[in-house]
Design a protein around this ligand. Structure first.
Ligand code: PHE
Length: 468
């Protein structure tokens, strides 16, 4: 019932909430670690191209679907096609992706929560960079510890989503986003003064084919999807709480710019610190957790700032995790008629359970080494544990496939007049419509299909693996 459906308090509220969904671990944890593993500058260039040419048009398409139908993904695809239509599968895929992504997302957020505690109880300034880095290994191989923080983070997520659209999602985003930004600026000054700033920037911005592999292309695209919260209906859902006369074009541009700036900022902060400490940029998923405490060991006031940083990192993770849980929750509310409380508790509880294998995979034989052997053939000798397998599955396959479905649907299935009117409503940038449609019709689907082939290793099979 439209009258009862929650809405954002204002357009700024939507931008902050969508920005809060986009900005998260993907930017501060994911971007630096993926960039480090894939050799730096060239990867960043491909990433930026993916954001501008593939991500932005899909973001507009998602918000368009949500805003027009005023309902969550599965129902939205039904409303814009017909009951029982195969397009509803795209909505379904999104709901499944929400469960999977949130299950490992809250494990990383749990590490971050634990680091709040570690930074309060440990004096980093008494330790060498090597010793500080070593803490991460001890954390991830401790199954009980990781499970505990994962569950706690899920409890936080659930309690916000229970409160609903305006009270829960919007209020928190308003407070926490600016606070994180300010702390990042403090770290930026540190990186400029104390880090190896020149080498860091060179690594990030000078294209260099070393360590850039065929598989780096799907990784860059997957990261763009993940970081912008695309391909699984989060922005369809958020768009459905937007009034139909709101301007989706400038909102999408703002959110993408915000998201990209935070990712780049994280890189500009992290790499100079890594190089100054003789660290390894390809240090994997632990990168931000091993690097940032090294900086805070030296910064005056680091004792206070370090816990604050991890607290804010946890909070940005929270503004993203609530959007992930909202996708699953909104499905049960809109499609099954559940109350918000019931839907949130059931979906959140399920995520808690399926997150346990990720939480323990660093220290478990079964989900760690066992899984690694199992996935060996798939990853040509470098198998992934449960956690990393899920990260790859969602980044490199589920989100791009979801994005492809959304692009094809909006570009080819939706009625022309509805599409044009929805895109231009309330916007001064309505003349971008034809450019958007062209990208969505041709470039986006072709690029995603090529990249998916790539992700499945088809180019490596044809042309040989290794560097491009
Ligand atoms: N964009 C979020 C991040 O960067 C993660 C996310 C992905 C949120 C997909 C919602 C949907 O951390």
């Amino acid at each position: 019932m439209a009258a009862e459906r929650g809405h954002w308090g204002s357009r700024l509220g939507f931008i902050l909430a969508a920005g809060g969904s986009a900005v998260g671990l993907g930017n501060i944890w994911g971007f630096p670690y993926k960039t480090g593993e894939n050799g730096g500058g060239l990867f960043v260039l491909v990433y930026l191209a993916c954001v501008a040419l593939i991500g932005l048009p899909i973001m507009m398409a998602e918000i368009f679907i949500g805003k027009t139908t005023q309902t969550s993904p599965v129902g939205a695809f039904r409303a814009m096609s017909r009951p029982g239509s195969a397009w509803m599968g795209v909505g379904w895929l999104g709901v499944v992706a929400a469960f999977i992504i949130l299950s490992f997302y809250s494990v990383i957020a749990g590490w971050s929560l634990h680091y709040v505690w570690i930074s309060i109880t440990t004096t980093f300034s008494d330790m060498t960079p090597g010793e500080i880095g070593g803490i991460f290994g001890q954390v991830v191989t401790n199954p009980a510890l990781c499970s505990f923080w994962h569950v706690l983070f899920m409890v936080l997520t659930i309690s916000i989503v229970v409160a609903g659209v305006k009270a829960g999602l919007e209020t928190w985003s308003r407070i926490l986003m600016p606070a994180l930004f300010i702390l990042l600026l403090v770290l930026l000054v540190y990186a400029m003064v104390k880090g190896n700033f020149a080498q860091g920037l060179k690594f990030l911005f000078v294209p260099n084919p070393d360590n850039f592999k065929w598989s780096s292309v799907p990784e860059a695209m997957g990261l763009a999807f993940f970081s912008l919260s695309l391909g699984m209906g989060a922005l369809i859902t958020y768009g459905s709480y937007l009034r139909t006369d709101e301007d989706l074009v400038s909102a999408s541009i703002t959110v993408s710019l915000l998201d990209t700036s935070v990712a780049l900022l994280a890189g500009i902060i992290l790499f100079p610190i890594i190089f100054a400490a003789d660290g390894n940029p390809a240090g994997g998923p632990g990168l931000v957790f091993t690097t940032i405490p090294i900086a805070f060991a030296e910064i005056p006031g680091g004792v206070v700032l370090a816990p604050l940083f991890f607290l804010l990192l946890t909070f940005t993770a929270l503004t993203s995790s609530i959007s992930l849980l909202e996708v699953a929750t909104a499905y049960f509310i809109d499609e099954r008629g559940w109350t918000r409380t019931k839907a949130t508790l059931v979906t959140g509880g399920a995520v808690m359970a399926i997150g346990i294998p990720s939480a323990i995979s660093g220290g478990s034989r079964l989900f760690g080494a066992g899984m690694q052997t199992l996935t060996d053939p798939l990853y040509r000798g470098e198998g992934k544990d449960w956690f990393n397998a899920l990260v790859d599955l969602s980044f490199n396959l589920m989100l791009p496939i979801g994005g492809l479905g959304i692009a094809l649907f909006v570009a080819w299935r939706v009625d022309d007049a509805v599409r044009e009117a929805g895109f231009s409503a309330g916007s001064k940038l309505g003349r971008l419509y034809w450019g958007w449609l062209w990208l969505l019709r041709y470039l986006v689907p072709v690029a995603i299909v090529v990249v998916l082939f790539n992700a499945l290793g088809i180019f490596e099979l044809l042309f040989g693996g290794g560097n491009v």
